[in-house]
Design a protein around this ligand. Structure first.
Ligand code: GLY
Length: 391
């Protein structure tokens, strides 16, 4: 096991002004998180959870897009020091991730997987082997860039569908892997690719009202935009809440790494759309344009991810604007803690209830999701004033 050394922050940001009352409830939330994760880690161990099914986390394959979130939770806690057992599990998961890494089966979600495993290890401990893994994942992610369309390709093909021209909003949250790779190699090519994809996000995925498409298809030869698909949202022109959350946090991070104002403006537009459409308890329904009639579950994972983006936004906008984004994030995270937390449900392994993975596909609806748990942990940690930034 590598030694924990002080966290390096790669981005220049202003400190947050967090109120005493927020620090107090966030501390309480953090204690609940640590207690629960210490307990669940003994059963979950070195595995790849995605969703809690009847209170118990499942175990997906290592190449599944969610494979980084459990080690990400473990690193968020281990970075404090004094959690060697959690750190050891995270390190063992990272080793198991060598299977998809060396099989070259990496897809657009390489950022989700290796940022929160190998990069987290490198950022917290300085482990060289982890740095090499991060660079290998970054090289595979960069290789998915389509020069004509200026987008990173999403999934591989299926037997029946050629998906060379498909791009999805989720990829914007994977770009920090590329920005990081440029920093450590002092070679701007990774950053050029990330920024070019982020420009496509602002130009094509972000709608004038601040909402987001999930899937766009481009002609892979000419780069011309062909059309949109609903994906995990209700409809092509609807507003999948997690897509908006990826947009808020992803564009904020693209601004951090490039200083390009169009990313900051895009992040703000996405944030204002998201906040204007929240229901009374500040936790989004799974799609902001899903019809009121019928099933309309929440997606707590979208709320948690958006809150992390809003907190980072608060660090980079002028002081006069910062409190607007910080207060909005506090309201979301506090509601997740008080209204969706599983602190009184010891038999439930998830930390927050009511995530919705893929409603149109009928997959994991209204249940804890590992990425919802991850972003909740990250948000609470940030609201306690922690400076660890894994992205
Ligand atoms: N990246 C897939 C999702 O957000 O569900």
């Amino acid at each position: 096991m590598s030694e924990v050394i002080p966290t390096q922050q790669t981005q220049q940001t202003r400190g947050l002004v967090i109120s005493e009352s927020t620090l107090e409830w966030a501390d309480g939330a953090w204690q609940q998180i640590v207690n629960k994760v210490e307990k669940t880690s003994k059963r979950i161990g070195v595995s790849f959870p995605h969703a809690s099914v009847s209170g118990v986390y499942d175990n997906m394959r290592p190449s599944w897009w969610t494979a980084g979130f459990w080690p990400g939770i473990l690193w968020q806690i281990a970075a404090e020091g004094n959690h060697p057992a959690l750190q050891e599990i995270a390190e063992q998961i990272e080793e198991k991730l060598d299977e998809p890494l060396y099989a070259l089966t990496v897809h657009h979600d390489a950022g989700f997987i290796w940022t929160l495993s190998a990069l987290a290890n490198y950022r917290v401990t300085g482990n060289e082997r982890s740095k090499q893994r991060g660079l290998m994942a970054a090289a595979q992610l960069a290789s998915r860039f389509n020069l004509k369309g200026s987008f990173i390709r999403a999934w591989h093909d299926t037997e029946k569908i050629n998906r060379a021209g498909w791009s999805i909003i989720d990829t914007v949250m994977n770009l920090p892997l590329l920005y990081w790779a440029s920093e450590v190699t002092e070679d701007p090519r990774f950053r050029h690719i990330a920024a070019a994809h982020a420009e496509t996000v602002v130009e094509h995925f972000l709608r004038p009202d601040g909402s987001s498409y999930h899937i766009l298809e481009f002609n892979p030869e000419s780069g011309e935009k062909i059309g949109a698909m609903a994906g995990q949202g209700y409809a092509e022109e609807s507003a999948w809440a997690r897509g908006s959350a990826w947009m808020i946090y992803g564009l904020t991070l693209s601004f951090h790494y490039t200083g390009d104002n169009k990313f900051l403006t895009g992040a703000k537009r996405a944030a204002h759309f998201f906040l204007a459409n929240l229901p009374e308890d500040h936790v989004p329904h799974w799609d902001f344009r899903a019809p009121d009639a019928g099933e309309k579950p929440r997606d707590t994972s979208a709320g948690a991810c958006a809150a992390c983006g809003l907190i980072e936004l608060a660090k980079i906008v002028p002081q006069a604007e910062a409190s607007f984004y910080l207060r909005a994030a506090e309201q979301i995270v506090r509601s997740l803690y008080e209204n969706y937390g599983t602190w009184d449900i010891p038999e439930e392994e998830g930390l927050i209830l009511s995530g919705t993975s893929n409603l149109p596909g009928g997959v994991h609806i209204d249940t804890p999701l590992i990425y919802g748990d991850y972003f909740f942990v990250e948000a609470v940690s940030k609201l306690r004033g922690a400076v660890l930034q894994l992205w």
